[in-house]
Design a protein around this ligand. Sequence first.
Ligand SMILES: Nc1ncnc2c1ncn2[C@@H]1O[C@H](COP(=O)(O)OP(=O)(O)OP(=O)(O)O)[C@@H](O)[C@H]1O
Length: 277
Amino acid sequence: MSSSLDLSHITVSIDGRDLLSGVGLRLNAGQVTAVIGPNGAGKSTLLAVAAGQLKPRAGRVMLGSRESHKVPTAEAARRRAVMPQDSGVAFAFTVEEVVEMGRTPWRQARAGRGFAGRTRAWRGFADDATAVAHALELTGLTELADRDITTLSGGERQRAALARVIAQATPVAQGSVILLDEPTSAMDVAHAESTLVLMRELASRGAAVGVVLHDLDAAASYADRLVLLENGRVRAAGPVAQVCDAAVLSQVYGTAVEVLDVGGRLRVGPLRPARAA
Ligand SMILES: Nc1ncnc2c1ncn2[C@@H]1O[C@H](COP(=O)(O)OP(=O)(O)OP(=O)(O)O)[C@@H](O)[C@H]1O
């Protein structure tokens, strides 16, 4: 299995406190890897390191076969698209303009090549307008394309941020990396499910997807592998069935978590009391 992004022995310290201690994260092409763990465990910090936004005190980040910081910025942006936890745009851009921003690294690449239409690399590039229109359609935003982004609801804004990431990641190829930090946190159940299905679709086209999720059942249903963080360390990592151990999850989250096998699919969530009729 080829790894598109490989973080090893990552340590991040701020003000003398270790937010991450010796953490590893391997994102494989064609797979969804979900990072789970309680509030403050270090999930967003780990994703920020994976995104190249935060430099670790120790450890190594490999983007494909090269150290991430040695990959030129624009090239890295074509291979690695990131949706941060808070991806709000404060200015009055239209939804379409925000999604178009995802195409910037591709436009830069073409500008750098002059008339790049004849170069080999160009053949792999999607047409910008098509990529933007497709991303809007996939996220159900076509009707809202001309709306001022600041007027959208929280869930709609989150879909626009996702559309920008999809536009940036187009064309998805082996080696593409897509990082999503709680992409469904503001979405209703229907949009959350569509987003998770879309995430799997991106992986099936060859992307290595890393996603932070609080919804344990969604993580168990849609991820191939889980990384469970606790206090800045990896408590468990591996295939879903291996990491979804009720005793371990209950201990790490400090509340009773149940894991049920329902027709071969694991259902994971808080153990809730039965209510009297
Ligand atoms: N810039 C910073 N300065 C000081 N502490 C920080 C900073 N950034 C993060 N932290 C702390 O590092 C820890 C990990 O934060 P992080 O955001 O990675 O957690 P998380 O697992 O994503 O949490 P959540 O589920 O609440 O989003 C937290 O205790 C947080 O308060």
